[in-house]
Design a protein around this ligand. Structure first.
Ligand code: GTP
Length: 240
């Protein structure tokens, strides 16, 4: 599916990503794919619609929380024009509901739980491990969002277990209340987009460095020495 900048064309209804994901634009640093996971009712749709509203200063019309949606919109972060593609998944009941192809499509993942729902946190923890496992070769920034922070009196998740999980997997942590429409909700997506850009820039720098003929020649010489040393060692040990 071609993921053009739907919201920027003045449309008010996001698209369904069911037709498949177009990865042509992925990982180019200008278009950022963001996947939002979390069990039912934790507030994923609320967070996304609020963020898009905040970033585009435009009201998104009716949305249906029961359908998986792709929101695409252009924005400017740190003076750079970027297009964010955000998939709002249908709530997952278990890891079986997490689509590996969506995890591979993503440049970053945002995992949401509700502070008043311990089960949603337990699933969030499993999702973090699962995403790490799927992206073992190519790690990416993961954001953990503790939503419904306004329901502090019904809190079921301790700060200690949240901090432990964040420390273990190097997560970017945010506390939000989608119902209270604070501008800070937008920080989740902006921070993750910035992290994706940092990784992209590092990779780009490394690619340029490796493409330098002097570096390539040096690496080739090192490799030749290594092969020669290996061959010498093998021939010595075989004669023993
Ligand atoms: N008190 C409170 N309620 C919230 C908050 N965020 C969302 N809700 C409510 O939680 C319910 C579910 O919100 P959604 O945004 O539809 O949750 P979702 O994660 O997209 O749900 P699914 O699409 O079923 O996976 C709605 O009734 C929201 O009004 C919050 O920060 N605080």
């Amino acid at each position: 599916m071609s993921v053009d900048s739907h919201l920027d064309k003045g449309g008010s209804t996001p698209k369904s990503p069911k037709a498949g994901l177009d990865s042509r634009h992925a990982h180019n640093g200008k278009e950022i794919n963001m996947l939002v996971l979390g069990t039912h009712g934790v507030g994923k749709t609320g967070l996304i619609t609020l963020t898009v509203r905040y970033l585009t200063k435009r009201f998104i019309g009716d949305y249906n929380s029961d359908i998986e949606m792709l929101y695409s919109h252009a924005t400017s972060i740190d003076g750079k024009h970027l297009t964010l593609h955000i998939i709002d998944t249908q709530g997952q009941r278990s890891l079986d509901d997490v689509s590996p192809s969506q995890v591979l499509w993503a440049d970053c993942v945002i995992i949401v739980f509700a502070v008043n729902d311990k089960t949603s946190f337990d699933l969030a923890r499993s999702m973090v491990e699962h995403v790490h496992h799927i992206r073992a070769e190519n790690q990416m920034p993961i954001g953990l969002v503790a939503n419904k922070s306004d329901m502090i009196d019904r809190k079921q998740v301790s700060d200690t277990e949240v901090s432990r999980l964040c420390a273990e997997f190097n997560l970017f942590f945010f506390e939000t209340a989608a119902s209270e429409a604070r501008a800070s909700v937008g920080d989740v997506f902006v921070t993750l987009a910035q992290q994706v850009r940092i990784i992209f820039k590092k990779k780009e720098k490394l690619t340029r460095f490796m493409a330098n003929p002097a570096v390539a020649a040096k690496l080739q010489i090192q490799q030749s020495f290594r092969s020669l040393a290996e061959r010498t060692w093998r021939s010595r040990t075989s004669t023993l």
